[in-house]
Design a binder for this molecule. Structure first.
Ligand SMILES: [Zn+2]
Ligand SMILES: [Zn+2]
Length: 113
């Protein structure tokens, strides 16, 4: 008998082009947003899983599922949209805020040099 985990593991890797949803580095590691212990019957659902690289996997586990899950869920959505629509990927790239800012409001209020 083939375990459901084995089927979905490869599917998840393909879904995310074998790339970390957080930083884009290539990876073969699948992570569950809500851990198996909390979702014993449904942890394997594709909607609960993403690909993470070694560093980002370490990051998410050291932060804890609770605080990393929302961020990873957003990244998951974003990546899937990008893979479906390369034009959207370009739009996202141009809409990304510069590293030090959280909102466009902050950028507007930044004093000039
Ligand atoms: Zn990563
Ligand atoms: Zn994990």
């Amino acid at each position: 008998m083939v375990k459901v985990d084995d089927i979905y593991h490869d599917l998840i890797l393909d879904l995310f082009h074998h790339r970390c949803v957080r930083c884009g580095k290539s990876s073969e590691t699948v992570h569950e947003l809500v851990p198996r212990s909390r979702r014993p019957n449904t942890w394997w659902f594709p909607s609960n899983r993403v690909v993470l690289c070694f560093e980002c996997h370490f990051w998410s586990h050291s932060r804890g599922a609770k605080s990393s899950a929302d961020e990873l869920r957003n990244l998951r959505e974003k990546r899937l949209k990008e893979y479906l629509d390369p034009v959207q990927a370009l739009v996202n790239l141009f809409n990304d805020l510069p590293g030090d800012f959280d909102t466009w409001e902050e950028i507007k209020n930044e004093p000039y040099g």
